[in-house]
Design a protein around this ligand. Structure first.
Ligand SMILES: CC(C)(COP(=O)(O)OP(=O)(O)OC[C@H]1O[C@@H](n2cnc3c(N)ncnc32)[C@H](O)[C@@H]1OP(=O)(O)O)[C@@H](O)C(=O)NCCC(=O)NCCS
Length: 192
């Protein structure tokens, strides 16, 4: 399936350790410009692989978008170590052929909801000043943008979780977990 035929079939779900090989492959697939935008500068293949390999181990909460059955976009939520869970950081990466199709916005909704449900009061996103697309998405979530010479920090203040927001996340994650298990090598969905 190509990027044009993604609509309607996209699965957005939490990523688990069983998804590690796809997570690494996703970061490997990012082209130079997307990597620059994601990491704020040019990064090596080796750096990207090591970064991808550490995400789950470091407790980052990850959501992935699967528009064609493969992981094409990732949203990350990680606590700021000295202040978790009051403050957290979010980051997003969408493979270039899959950009501008709503995947980033959909992942941002999930990441922002996950932050709210963990009591995160202040969610930060850092991007290059030229990254107007990311700033646009942040503003749609009522972020306050703080510009310095090279970067922009988007800060979202979240309301406290509600029973409904927690229940919604649990339902979404449970459904995503079943899908992840079905994809596990030897799982029910494999080789049938
Ligand atoms: C930034 C990124 C995450 C956005 O994801 P995406 O799937 O491409 O974006 P979406 O299709 O969900 O939404 C794009 C929005 O930006 C708008 N947009 C597109 N180009 C824009 C531009 N140059 N300036 C302002 N807004 C722009 C679109 O109109 C759309 O908004 P709308 O839904 O209100 O119409 C993705 O492009 C990406 O991975 N970029 C490289 C890595 C990166 O920049 N990461 C962010 C730093 S952590």
């Amino acid at each position: 399936m190509n990027a044009e035929s993604a609509s309607g079939t996209t699965v957005i779900r939490r990523l688990w350790p069983s998804d590690q090989s796809q997570i690494t492959e996703h970061f490997r697939q990012l082209d130079g410009q997307t990597r620059r935008m994601r990491f704020g500068g040019a990064v090596s293949e080796n750096f990207v692989e090591q970064y991808a390999g550490k995400l789950i181990e470091l407790g980052t909460i990850l959501y992935g978008a699967f528009p064609d059955g493969h992981l094409r976009a990732v949203g990350e939520l990680r606590g700021l170590l000295d202040d978790w869970p009051a403050s957290a950081e979010a980051a997003f990466s969408v493979q270039q052929p899959w950009q501008d199709k709503g995947l980033g916005a959909a992942l941002m909704d999930r990441v922002v909801a996950a932050a709210q449900n963990r009591g995160v009061k202040s969610l930060h996103m850092i991007c290059l000043k030229e990254n107007e697309k990311m700033q646009h998405l942040a503003l749609k979530h009522d972020a306050i943008l703080d510009f310095n010479r090279y970067e922009v920090e988007a800060k979202l203040d979240r309301p406290w979780p509600t029973p409904f927001s927690v229940a919604e996340e649990i339902a979404n994650d449970a459904q995503g977990f079943v899908q992840a298990v079905l994809r596990w090598p030897g799982g029910l969905g494999q080789g049938a």
